[in-house]
Design a protein around this ligand. Structure first.
Ligand code: SF4
Length: 254
């Protein structure tokens, strides 16, 4: 039975997962970056464009050579090296504190591979205790790099889930990290695909302003659609694309 506007949250979440899986296709499984790069880059990326984040990262390592060099650098000099980011004076001491804690845990190895061996709860607690690392960043690292079964929730995932109606309108992004996973299969591959697909959906179709509902394959059970257009008819559903069309709409970012 396909999900409907009246379906319970778990049914809508499953339908969202299955339909977007078919719409966007499988997601490459390789992590984009090493765990160290992922962690430090997410600190640099706060309210900063991807290009400026990458520039800051490259300049930091060019200036100080390696992680021991970044840790030993004068904090003001580190802030200067990462000045393309939004708040370099805040981020520089944070990066050094994160490096200090990693070095203390590993005996100075500056790597995070030990997290693969740790239980999920321990790894999550250790990461979110770091300055500037929240639930989303910790979840991204543990899912993308270590394939732990957690769900990162960003603004896109949050918006799509609320509009479709499997997340309550008052549930915050933070709280959604605990509310959404029980609605989904408890394995890392499924959560990875759910995250990527809903992230793309928020970026490419379910925009913050003026979502492109005519193109959306979720309209048959999306509360927002029903409120704004009325229930989708069989003709409307039949005319809705079943797959992302890269030739017409462009390549998806990975
Ligand atoms: S139907 Fe519209 S509001 Fe609902 S998920 Fe799709 S694009 Fe977003």
């Amino acid at each position: 039975m396909p999900a409907t506007y009246a379906s319970p949250a778990a049914e809508k979440a499953r339908a969202d997962h299955e339909i977007l899986n078919a719409f966007y296709g499988p997601v490459p499984k390789a992590p984009r970056r090493t765990p160290m790069r992922e962690l430090i880059s997410t600190v640099l990326s706060h309210r900063t464009t991807h290009a400026d984040e990458e520039l800051a990262y490259d300049r930091m390592l060019a200036a100080f050579g390696d992680w021991p060099g970044v840790l030993a650098a004068p904090t003001a000099a580190l802030a200067q090296a990462i000045r393309t980011t939004r708040w370099p004076d805040t981020q520089a001491p944070r990066i050094q504190e994160i490096l200090r804690r990693i070095a203390a845990e590993t005996g100075g190895a500056f790597e995070l591979d030990f997290l693969a061996e740790w239980p999920l709860d321990r790894a999550m607690t250790w990461l979110i205790d770091m300055p500037g690392i929240g639930l989303k960043t910790a979840s991204l690292l543990l899912l993308f790099n270590f394939r732990k079964p957690v769900l990162p929730v960003d603004a896109h995932v949050h918006r799509v889930a609320q509009r479709v109606g499997f997340l309550g309108p008052k549930v915050s992004v933070e709280k959604a990290h605990a509310v959404l996973p029980p609605l989904l299969p408890a394995d890392a591959e499924a959560l990875f695909n759910f995250h990527k697909h809903n992230y793309w959906h928020g970026q490419q179709i379910c925009f913050f302003q003026r979502p492109n509902c005519p193109r959306c394959p979720l309209k048959g059970f999306c509360n927002y659609y029903q409120e704004h257009y009325g229930a989708a008819t069989a003709e409307v559903l039949a005319a809705t694309p079943a797959q992302w069309d890269p030739a017409a709409w462009g390549q998806l970012p990975h």
